[in-house]
Design a binder for this molecule. Structure first.
Ligand code: BGC
Length: 769
């Protein structure tokens, strides 16, 4: 755990350069706009430790899988979101001495990311070995108002000398991925152009043939006045630069405004890409840095209006929640159903920017609560469009008749994962995808999603479960063998409670969907029966048998469901007894030791208890929580949020707060010692859930919002907002009362502490604590 980020309500601040933590800070201060993302690398050269990263949405490479022994069913490749063209670069030197913070003496250093506007700022004074001192003030952002635009303002002041400062703003496509499996270079240079202060580099990915064109246009100001200088063009393969020299007197300041265009063939035809880049550059430079930035501020203000959460009385918690919301909003704007939310978003290479069950399980509630309905629907459509591939994927494993197994990891619908040994059997993901459909419909009321899209997915999932489950003659029950639950510290187990539960629930939910469609849309249902070759009686009667006779491992003494068969054979020593040197166990212990230990990576049995809370009484939730939480090491970022919500629901407010803070500040404090690889973007959705569902106690029951709010002890008040169907609501909680203001034109009924309240449009309701 680290503690060098300064606590601030709106900013992520580093004071003084923490060289050894540079990769962490680069992750934390990443900027993005849904279409591309950029780590907080320096514009000028830096020869110290850094993970250079610019990423472009949807642009990936199928890196060949590295496994020791190939087995049938292994995926051919691991899709990697690529480190793409570096558009931020500006080399600076003073009479032959290069500015490089690794070698220069750093007199002062400060950087921050302002979450209100997505502006990254850096100020420093550096002394070169000649004794010359430069003061640099760099600002940059990726526009969410104009999503192909990035802008940089880079000012250099000569503090104690007169002379010549040389600059080379450049675009460099010669970049690699640190995590490539075979040290391959994934990009081919296609075209480049440099013409005075403007140019581009166009690159194409090998195999997948995506093109990304990154362009720059810059202007130079001296002491705030625009100046024109002679430039020298530099060109090499995959690179363009434009060099110029500025003579300065002591105290003069030179500012370069560099506009960047980042375009890709996801949004433009190949033969129009360069033209699109040039157009974007023209648009951006005509607007100028200040106008682009004021558009950015407005666009962010709009986002914050529906998604901000305020906390009074706890700056660390406030910074934490805003950071999570901010990063999620930078990663996914929801306007393109081909895109999704990678566990690291655009902030690092790990997990390759690809899609996991995280989206349905942890991110969907955030989009449902804070964004227009279309955004969540797009997340569902992403899976709908991948259905044919999920069916193919199941066929490869021996399933038939339209059964679908969605990939654990995907970018285009195909399975692709490096750690196949661990994730291969995590078929619980199919349950999360079904749950996503249920959650979307339950929150939005959009049952009309079922006929054209949702049912097809549910049916394919149920067909999978129906074939994957087998009858145990010995148990006289149905069983699910050879799976891995969400707790990846157990592999190839039998009857993982969570997976068994999700399977049965999916079958039940699909049966409900059939009933609904038959009743409400009989003609559409008939079409679906034909299209999907549904043998209703035969298929549903097997499902019903499974529902009736499924086996769930249970301990009658403790009255708890067991995570899997044989769980009680373990030495049940609580995680609190582990010595600090042993943690995180996934970095300290052998895999062998982890597998036979009782330690749980993340909510597993508790995951389904959380999802289906209403099926368990409070004592039962308590028993399960008290059995599993002490064995849980929370080494997945996705763990604490679920524990926070469950702790709150059984009245453990302190535990809920502890778990909340852990998820909210997971990256800011580098809890799991891995923020250097990138941020835990999908767990940020979990943080939002933890806030609204643990502190607000929010649940949707029978189409109505329910709340059981409480306020953590040290806080004075908090507030959050929700879009719910037609309504837009603002919730405030303080020591005395909980109030809800209805900002919208729609009336709404809600339930607080079990009591119904009618809330007309533009009115407020207040409930005393
Ligand atoms: C977790 C998985 C998760 C993945 C990506 C793993 O560490 O165990 O549940 O899907 O990370 O976030």
């Amino acid at each position: 755990m680290k503690n060098y980020i300064i606590h601030d309500e709106w900013k992520i601040v580093e004071e003084g350069f923490h060289k050894e933590e540079n990769r962490i800070t680069e992750s934390l201060l990443s900027i993005g706009n849904g279409r591309s993302g950029q780590r907080a690398n320096f514009e000028e050269k830096y020869s110290g430790d850094t993970l250079r990263g610019s990423y472009v949405a949807g642009v990936y490479y199928p890196d060949k899988t590295r496994v020791g022994w190939w087995k049938n069913g292994y995926p051919e490749y691991f899709a990697k979101i690529l480190n793409a063209t570096n558009w931020i670069g500006i080399d600076v030197s003073v009479e032959g001495e290069e500015l490089d913070l690794n070698t220069a003496e750093i007199v002062s250093f400060y950087r921050d990311l302002d979450m209100k506007s997505g502006l990254l700022t850096r100020r420093f004074v550096a002394r070169l070995s000649s004794g010359k001192q430069l003061e640099v003030h760099a600002k940059r952002f990726l526009s969410i108002a104009d999503q192909e635009v990035g802008a940089i303002s880079y000012s250099v002041k000569a503090l104690n000398f007169s002379g010549t400062i040389s600059f080379v703003p450049y675009i460099d496509g010669d970049v690699v991925n640190e995590d490539s499996n075979y040290d391959e270079n994934f990009w081919i240079g296609i075209a480049r152009k440099i013409d005075c202060c403007s140019g581009f580099v166009c690159m194409e990915t090998k195999k997948t043939a995506f093109q990304v064109c990154a362009g720059m246009q810059f202007r130079i100001k001296k002491n705030q006045e625009l100046i024109t200088l002679e430039t020298t063009a530099f060109e090499k393969e995959k690179y363009i630069g434009s060099g110029f020299e500025v003579s300065v007197r002591q105290g003069d300041e030179v500012c370069i405004e560099k506009y960047a265009a980042i375009t890709s063939t996801l949004y433009h035809a190949k033969n129009r890409l360069q033209e699109a880049t040039e157009k974007t550059l023209k648009r951006a430079s005509e607007k100028g840095f200040d106008k682009l930035f004021s558009d950015q501020e407005k666009a962010w203000a709009k986002r914050w209006e529906t998604s901000d959460i305020r906390i009074e009385g706890d700056v660390a918690a406030q910074q934490g929640i805003r950071f999570n919301i901010f990063q999620l909003n930078q990663t996914y704007l929801g306007d393109d159903e081909r895109l999704n939310i990678g566990p690291k978003g655009f902030t690092g290479e790990k997990y390759g920017g690809v899609t996991y069950w995280d989206t349905e399980a942890y991110c969907l509630p955030f989009t449902l609560g804070t964004a227009p309905q279309m955004v969540s629907k797009n997340l569902l459509l992403y899976r709908y469009k991948h259905l044919p591939k999920a069916i193919e994927n199941a066929e490869k494993l021996g399933f038939t008749d339209g059964a679908a197994l969605y990939p654990m990891v995907t970018i285009n619908g195909e399975e692709c994962h490096n750690e196949w040994e661990i994730t291969f059997e995590e078929i619980h993901r199919n349950g999360a995808i079904a749950y996503g459909i249920y959650n979307y419909i339950s929150y939005t009321g959009d049952k009309e999603y079922l006929a054209p899209y949702g049912f097809e997915v549910l049916l394919a999932l149920s067909r999978f479960w129906s074939q994957r489950i087998n009858w145990s003659e010995e148990k006289k029950k149905f069983v699910l063998l050879g799976v891995t639950g969400p707790n990846e510290y157990e592999n190839n187990v039998n009857n993982n409670f969570h997976t068994n539960y999700m399977a049965v629930w999916t079958l039940k939910y699909t049966l409900e969907a059939i009933d609904y469609l038959k009743k409400e849309h009989p003609l559409l249902f008939e079409d679906l029966v034909k299209k999907l070759k549904l043998k209703e009686l035969k298929e549903t009667s097997r499902w019903k048998k499974i529902i009736r006779d499924m086996y769930f491992p249970y301990d009658f003494t403790r009255k708890i469901y067991l995570q899997q068969d044989g769980f009680l054979d373990k030495e049940l020593i609580p995680a609190s007894e582990l010595s600090p040197e042993d943690r995180p166990i996934n970095q300290k212990w052998s895999w062998d030791r982890i597998l036979r230990s009782p330690y749980i990576k993340q909510a597993d049995t508790l995951q389904s208890i959380y999802w289906f809370e209403d099926q368990f009484d409070r004592e039962s939730i308590e028993r399960h929580f008290d059995f599993y939480e002490p064995l849980t090491v929370h080494e997945s970022s996705l763990s604490s949020c679920i524990h926070a919500i469950l702790a709150a629901s059984i009245g453990r407010q302190d535990k809920a707060y502890e778990m909340y803070l852990r998820t909210a500040r997971l990256d800011l404090d580098d809890y799991n010692n891995d923020t250097c690889d990138g941020l835990h973007i999908t767990s940020m959705g979990g943080t939002w859930m933890a806030f609204v569902q643990a502190f607000g106690g929010m649940r949707v029951r029978n189409g109505k919002l329910n709340f059981e709010p409480f306020i953590p002890e040290g806080w004075n008040s908090y507030s959050f907002r929700l879009n719910f169907r037609e309504a837009h609501l603002e919730f405030k909680m303080d020591k005395l009362q909980f109030s809800v203001y209805n900002h919208s034109k729609a009336n709404i009924d809600l339930v607080v502490h079990g009591q119904s309240h009618h809330l007309p449009a533009k009115k407020e309701v207040t409930i005393k604590n």
